[in-house]
Write a protein that binds this ligand. Sequence first.
Ligand code: 3PG
Ligand code: MG
Length: 423
Amino acid sequence: MPDLALLKDLDVKGKIALVRVDHNVVKKGKIIDPYRIDASLPTLRYLLQEGARIILMSHVGRPRDKKTGEIKISDDTSIEPVVAYLREAGFNAVAMTLPDYDANGISKLKGGKEIKELKAGKYDIVYLPNTRWFTGEEGDEKEKKALGKQLAALADVFVNDAFGSWQPHASTIEPARHLPSCAGFLMEKEISHLNDVLKPARPFVAVVAGSKFDTKIEPLYALLEKADFLVLGGVIYNAYLCARYGFMIKGVSEEDLEAAAEFVEFSKRYRGKIVELQYIVESDSLDSKKKGSYRTHDIKALGKGDFLNYVLDIDPRSFLEKKTKKTFAKANTIFVNAVMGLTPLFTEGTIALDETIHANNRARKLFGGGDTLQELNTLLPEIYQQALINQRYYFFTGGGTILKVISEKSPYGLEPVKVLLKP
Ligand code: 3PG
Ligand code: MG
């Protein structure tokens, strides 16, 4: 196994530590589920005990417009609620004053007042602005390198504890090129649990759903090979159904449809592995749910030429259908990176999914990803609390990361992890 540089081996005494975390838990300015913040606290506490002071950074949301490249800086994607949470938890933390910016985001990061005060001992933690507010975070190589240098110049050491942020962006890889660096405790712990998905007890059922079609479609190919059964939901499932059965669903883009058609073609090699949830919920509206404005369809009764309004959920009845029921009941490993409902109004599919999984007492149950955990916590708080102390469950802080690790068959090729390997 490759040798990862670890926090306990790095000399951090009295140093300024630049720490990348995945605190992407803010939705429209509010924290719904702080699980990913809590999971990073052991690293922060250890650093402070060792007499280090901390410069924290995380991305929040996706403030960059994919088409225009413009970066929207607003309260919706600010790290301020996270700073408030840390203060509540007893940390002497402050947010860095926002540097100058324009439509391209923040192009220059300088030390500033709070960093000086941190060094003088006034604070224990200074939180940098959302890393995705910086031009360089997802910029071209030159911009990334420039941001990497500016970040590294603030600190003595770099600790990456952002297991959920697998993408090779400036803040996840560049500081490691300039500073003594290591994985934080959370990163170390998550990597140690990966064998549960890389060498799963079989049958292995994977459930993937959600709104990020672009980053999820590619790993589905590897999952189809790896898993014994694959269950889809959300935007991915809508596109899959259109491509497979020829009906149309409002909101499914041409682009997604094309990608889904390729996937459907590929999936023919693995007949029977995709377990289709049979009943879908069509709604006339995205933002209201009134009697008569939504209805259930049996996918088997739909065909070419049918045009459905928005499909926003899975009907719980799907989980009572024979093959689906058996698939979940007989599984020995279940990996879930899935929220079935597409809007906060449609929650029944996720509730039925999570209850079905909970009813299997034997399987190793691995949940991964911010939205997945957040929905389990909000919709089924009792199961969530039980799961936290139940050995059969494990919560990964990154869902996309797990999908990527399964595609690559190892975590060590992921750029942010690779830069932390000992030479
Ligand atoms: C997440 O919350 O899933 C991670 O922080 C990654 O976010 P991203 O998919 O927007 O890169
Ligand atoms: Mg996510």
